[in-house]
Design a protein around this ligand. Structure first.
Ligand SMILES: *[C@@H]1O[C@H](CO)[C@@H](O)[C@H](O)[C@H]1NC(C)=O
Ligand SMILES: *[C@@H]1O[C@H](CO)[C@@H](O)[C@H](O)[C@H]1NC(C)=O
Ligand SMILES: *[C@@H]1O[C@H](CO)[C@@H](O)[C@H](O)[C@H]1NC(C)=O
Ligand SMILES: *[C@@H]1O[C@H](CO)[C@@H](O)[C@H](O)[C@H]1NC(C)=O
Ligand SMILES: *[C@@H]1O[C@H](CO)[C@@H](O)[C@H](O)[C@H]1NC(C)=O
Ligand SMILES: *[C@@H]1O[C@H](CO)[C@@H](O)[C@H](O)[C@H]1NC(C)=O
Ligand SMILES: *[C@@H]1O[C@H](CO)[C@@H](O)[C@H](O)[C@H]1NC(C)=O
Ligand SMILES: *[C@@H]1O[C@H](CO)[C@@H](O)[C@H](O)[C@H]1NC(C)=O
Ligand SMILES: *[C@@H]1O[C@H](CO)[C@@H](O)[C@H](O)[C@H]1NC(C)=O
Ligand SMILES: *[C@@H]1O[C@H](CO)[C@@H](O)[C@H](O)[C@H]1NC(C)=O
Length: 416
């Protein structure tokens, strides 16, 4: 509850700050803001459950000078904590407990063999001023060209590259990107670089994200990029239905690490020797999603081999990924327009996807909202709404009930 109020308060403040040139309204918003902050601070905090010991060594963010008052900047505290964990013995790693509080920070990196544990009532807040956000090279799959804007992009609030064994979990603590200012600046074309995701892990493996809430990312919320063995479970993702452009929940991406043309830009010449690199198919596979609840979203699950979304034409048209072995289990919710849009292509079909224990309340029409194109896979047990014809039907015991009739049927309708 405390976190909810805090989040809303910020949203309101953000909205007031950019919608209103009118100083009175702004002042009123501040008064309301301070009153709420005062009430929140004076309300007795619920006793916090001690964090479980998930790694042999556990640190508390306050050990590194962290201050959870929503105002102090905790970037250094996070960085020092991560350094301390990186210095621990390989393999066993360490845990960073973030206690209840509002921990404002600029972007920071995670390290391997690390568990970030967010207590109940712990909220990591992204600082809304973009000058604190470092720029990074554009994503390789955009040919290093940039997406919303050409050139470098803003790095994510919580970031990691070439990591393994990373867990982000907790007692439903949250990571809040405070995206309102970013959305406004994006709408007004005030940003010269592509907006940052909230949590982004690149070229990493053995990742678990569980038992937390992601809020109001400036851009996508969780973006595993060219990662292996990623599990997301029991995660709540919240952002407004309107006014928050492109704030996807979970975006799983492939990339080819080598774009020979752009090597000079990267300064990695060795990779140029692998002439085949960007002809080699990369893949997205063995991804499982469990227990996801949608509340009032336009498209629930989207799987797509090509977004056709590039800052310019300098991208590799042949470098699409193979997508296979993606499972969805325990998918619920309400108010969803298109629960599933799985969009393979004749060159690259989507293979071996499965849906089990799915019942999603729909907000629009009944037909053709479970959309598939060039998709193979299976439905296990009962699934609502009625799945597309491309998928084999199995019963709960795993026996084939009905074979798919039209693997390539296309029911995509982007107008819904
Ligand atoms: C972290 O430190 C704070 C302040 O010292 C304390 O209140 C809290 O209980 C500690 N939390 C954990 C999980 O150790
Ligand atoms: C975070 O990691 C990225 C990629 O490895 C690196 O470029 C950046 O300098 C790191 N940032 C900090 C503050 O260490
Ligand atoms: C999901 O998260 C909530 C809040 O942290 C927790 O109470 C619940 O046990 C979790 N459920 C599962 C299946 O992990
Ligand atoms: C976690 O917190 C979010 C935001 O307050 C809430 O919407 C969600 O229901 C909570 N999840 C669980 C499992 O308690
Ligand atoms: C964006 O770029 C333009 C043109 O180079 C420059 O005038 C402007 O100050 C930049 N804006 C920001 C927010 O950096
Ligand atoms: C996947 O990651 C989990 C958790 O990090 C790990 O226990 C498991 O061994 C990994 N699986 C494979 C096949 O590497
Ligand atoms: C998520 O929470 C549930 C219930 O507390 C717990 O059993 C599970 O181990 C947690 N998952 C992770 C990855 O921490
Ligand atoms: C998925 O992972 C399992 C082991 O967890 C492995 O046996 C299987 O071959 C993997 N499938 C693909 C397509 O990588
Ligand atoms: C699924 O998540 C909800 C909260 O969103 C939680 O209440 C429930 O226990 C979880 N169920 C399973 C089977 O993990
Ligand atoms: C689906 O399309 C693929 C690729 O074009 C083709 O090889 C395959 O025979 C088609 N399958 C059906 C059932 O039409």
């Amino acid at each position: 509850m405390v976190e909810t109020a805090g989040g809303r308060l910020h949203q309101r403040r953000g909205v007031a700050a950019f919608v209103a040139a009118n100083k009175t309204l702004l002042a009123a918003a501040w008064v309301v803001g301070f009153t709420l902050v005062f009430l929140l601070l004076s309300a007795p905090l619920p006793p916090s459950r001690p964090a479980p010991r998930l790694r042999p060594t556990a640190y508390n963010l306050t050990d590194f000078g962290g201050v959870g008052d929503g105002r102090a900047l905790n970037t250094e505290a996070f960085e020092r904590a991560v350094e301390a964990i990186a210095a621990l013995a390989e393999r066993v790693g360490g845990q960073l407990n973030v206690p209840p509080g509002r921990w404002l920070t600029a972007p920071f990196n995670l390290t391997s063999h690390m568990t970030l544990f967010l207590a109940e009532g712990a909220e990591i807040l992204g600082i809304p001023d973009e000058k604190y956000w470092p720029l990074m090279p554009a994503l390789p799959s955009y040919g290093w060209y940039g997406q919303e804007r050409k050139g470098p992009r803003f790095g994510s609030l919580i970031h990691g590259q070439n990591l393994k064994d990373v867990v982000i979990t907790g007692y439903n603590g949250s990571i809040n990107g405070q995206g309102e200012v970013w959305w406004m600046k994006h709408r007004r074309r005030m940003l010269n670089n592509t907006r940052p995701p909230l949590v982004q892990l690149m070229w990493s493996r053995d990742i678990i994200v569980a038992n937390i809430t992601l809020w109001n990312s400036p851009f996508w919320h969780f973006h595993p990029y060219d990662c292996t063995n990623v599990t997301v479970s029991n995660v709540t993702i919240l952002s407004p239905v309107s006014g928050a452009p492109n704030t996807d929940g979970i975006d799983v991406w492939w990339s080819c690490k080598c774009y020979c043309r752009e090597c000079p830009y990267l300064g990695i010449k060795e990779r140029c020797e692998d002439k085949d690199c960007y002809r080699k198919r990369r893949y997205i596979r063995n991804i499982s999603y469990h227990n996801i609840t949608f509340d009032n979203v336009r498209a629930g699950i989207v799987i797509k081999v090509d977004y056709n979304e590039h800052a310019d034409d300098g991208y590799d048209r042949t470098a699409f990924p193979d997508i296979m072995s993606v499972s969805f289990k325990g998918i619920h919710g309400r108010g969803v327009r298109v629960p599933v849009r799985a969009h393979g292509s004749d060159v690259i079909p989507i293979k071996d996807i499965s849906f089990q224990d799915m019942s999603v309340g729909i907000s629009y029409k009944k037909e053709h909202i479970f959309q598939c194109s060039y998709v193979e896979g299976r439905i296990i047990g009962s699934v609502f709404p009625k799945p597309c014809e491309n998928l084999d039907l199995y019963n709960e015991q795993g026996q084939l009930v009905k074979q798919a009739v039209s693997l390539n049927s296309t029911e995509l309708d982007y107008d819904i």
